[in-house]
Design a protein around this ligand. Sequence first.
Ligand SMILES: *Cc1c(COP(=O)(O)O)cnc(C)c1O
Length: 442
Amino acid sequence: MTTSENKIFLPESQLPRNWYNIVAELPFDVPTPLHPIEDRPVEIDDYDWLWPRECLRIELQQDEYGTDAWIEIPEFISDVYRRYRPSPLVRARSLEKYLETPAEIYYKREDLNPAGSHKFNTALVQAYYAAREDNSRIHSMVTDTGAGQWGAALAMACETLGLRCCVFMIRKSFEEKPYRRYLMRMSGADVYSSPSELTNTGREILKDDPENSGSLGIGMSEAIEFVREDRGRRLALGCMSYYAVLHQSIIGLETKLQLEQVDRSPSLMIGCVGGGSNFTGFIAPFVREKIGGSPIEFRAIEPESIPTLSRGEYRYDWADFSELTPRILMYTLGHRFVPPPVHSGGLRYHGKTPVLSALVKNDVVGTRTYGQREVFDAGRLFLKTEGVLAAPESAHAVLGAIDAAREAKKTGEKQVIVFCLSGHGYLDLKGFSDVLDLDSSN
Ligand SMILES: *Cc1c(COP(=O)(O)O)cnc(C)c1O
């Protein structure tokens, strides 16, 4: 393999056979969830009406999930992964040239996945766990979604597994971003605007505030209520859970093999964080190396207006608005926080997954925040140089890489910067237009 190539491919035969279970190897504990009200840890029986049991086993770090670094990927999942994985790792040569940086910049393409983001990597597995549960009467997966990436991924996953899919989509996106709603419907999903009239949470919020634009916290409360009404329904979660992080480790494992092919090791790894799943899965196998002494830096990027890791508190908090979920130890802006209406729907969340929160707390991962305008400008520059339209969320990571490459230019350091391109922005052009003013006549 020469290093003059742009795209670094892995053959399908090298698709990783195991996920990397980072919590089993960290030198500090990642505490498991507490009961929502009682002062005790959650047990599987508390919640097996809500989550697929296998998801709970992972979340509670039971048995092998507490001890084994490697978790075998079921054959069914590998077969579906092979439709789109391994995904390419690309060297951003044109961007490097534009920036006149001595740094090398690589990006891992999760924008080519089904539904256009990393989220299918875990949606598929969650639907699989539900569908194959012993004596399963489970017929539906229920969830909430912001901009619709998670809902669209879950809709496709459910269709693959023969399950129904019910999505509570936050109202602002439901109204302003119809294309993912169409995509979900095309995959057979039921999509409801949240807050909705279907649940107590929704009805009460609408009674006080008929114009409420919704939030992921409210959507999650609605989804939970909806699951409680029918024993054949289960909840699927995109990014806050540890099981999503475990499944997303496929991103980092492939990236590691790809960098080894070109004889590189990263000096800086960057990703955007909403719940934290793409970034944590992306860095997980490298965290292992950093803890072993490698000088790798990790940088989580969040919007200025939702600075959970950068300025939130580290404490137990609920994952939803109505305090129905277990309490988890994480960085949080408070479960009643209603984020400002930014265009990066996937980053509008009040908390961050416990494992990432613990990595930040223990100074393994650093953070940075950016404003919306500079992020969208970075998205435009990425389109111009690399010909790839990043999702608004992913454009945060793009700007993180650009910033780092500019710093490397000042210091003359030959950095190897690697970032995760978590999704594409083709269904987010309205957001780009609003911020970059593309609707005006030239
Ligand atoms: C959902 C989403 C995110 C944020 O979720 P994480 O759990 O932090 O990965 C980031 N990028 C895209 C494209 C998304 O759809």
